[in-house]
Design a protein around this ligand. Structure first.
Ligand SMILES: NC(=O)c1ccc[n+]([C@@H]2O[C@H](COP(=O)([O-])OP(=O)(O)OC[C@H]3O[C@@H](n4cnc5c(N)ncnc54)[C@H](OP(=O)(O)O)[C@@H]3O)[C@@H](O)[C@H]2O)c1
Length: 266
């Protein structure tokens, strides 16, 4: 019998074992999950480039860490990308892993859309990831190694009310991460799709509804690091919540809409 063209047990990515050798660029590192991830990586001895708009927050996280590189960046601004990349080239010779974490979330129903907000959210959540990939991928391809991690969301699994722009931007990121994996894994570049459930951050502070299985940013950072270390492609957490949503995703639309109406729509 011919062997199957894949093995069920082999990790989809090369597990990361030694964080002290890693140079990680976290884009969206000034608060929440990105800040917790930066702290966890600095504790493990990684070189961490931390980007966001709020420079004071980045410098606060960097305090006392010789391997921290605060790098101010507005991902929605092309000029800002150019100056950040120029500054980075002067400080570091390679990036092993980039984590796209920056996002904007504005809860709104479909009849409450504001054109500028829509454009801004899509630019920060989605367009900026393309810009970032185009910035780091050539170097990774040239070296024949590297890693790209995209933080999407379980909001990208299903069309959920209130996430009118955020949800589709995250669904697009899920699709993008899948195709990046297919494109890049044969070129020795790891691709990770990170789908958190609810995490208590500035982003979710805008929610006025009960958030089941809410996690702390530190719990989220630990789950993400564990996923990297195990070589997972999709890193989703907490499983007790994400698996229910994955199950809902498989239901016929009639049942899905009924459940969403029952549990999500006020
Ligand atoms: N919290 C959750 O429940 C949850 C669930 C699923 C997925 N996620 C995802 O997890 C990631 C982190 O979110 P979080 O919850 O930690 O939110 P957060 O605390 O609000 O962090 C968002 C980060 O994005 C940065 N950012 C926003 N706009 C930016 C811009 N134009 N340029 C550069 N950086 C920008 C912010 O920094 P500055 O404001 O300083 O620029 C901040 O560092 C996001 O991708 C989010 O969608 C979160």
């Amino acid at each position: 019998m011919r062997p199957l063209p894949f093995r069920f047990t082999k990790p989809l990515n090369r597990p990361i074992r030694d964080w002290s050798q890693q140079r990680v660029w976290i884009i969206g590192a000034s608060s929440g999950i990105g800040a917790a991830l930066a702290n966890a990586l600095l504790d493990r001895g990684s070189t961490v480039i931390m980007s966001a708009r709020r420079a004071d927050r980045l410098h606060e996280i960097a305090k006392g860490h010789s391997c921290a590189i605060p790098l101010t960046l507005d991902v929605a601004n092309a000029e800002s990308w150019h100056s950040a990349l120029a500054s980075l080239r002067g400080q570091i010779d390679r990036i092993d892993l980039v984590v796209f974490c920056a996002a904007k979330y504005h809860p709104e129903r479909s009849w409450e859309l504001i054109p500028e907000e829509t454009e801004d959210t899509l630019s920060i959540n989605l367009q900026s990831v393309y810009q970032g990939i185009q910035s780091v991928l050539p170097g990774m391809l040239e070296r024949g190694e590297g890693g790209i991690a995209v933080i999407a969301s379980v909001a990208g699994y299903l069309g959920l009310p209130n996430a009118t722009v955020y949800g589709p931007s995250k669904a697009a990121l899920i699709n993008l991460a899948e195709l990046l994996y297919s494109d890049l894994h044969t070129k020795n570049i790891n691709v990770y799709l990170i789908n958190p459930g609810f995490v208590s951050t500035e982003l979710t502070a805008k929610n006025n509804f009960f958030m089941p299985a809410l996690q702390t940013p530190e719990q989220a950072a630990n789950a993400i690091l564990q996923g990297f270390e195990e070589g997972d492609f999709e890193i989703h957490f907490p499983k007790r919540f994400t698996l229910i949503l994955k199950l809902m995703q498989m239901l016929p639309y009639r049942w899905r809409f009924a459940l969403i109406r029952r549990f999500v729509t006020a």
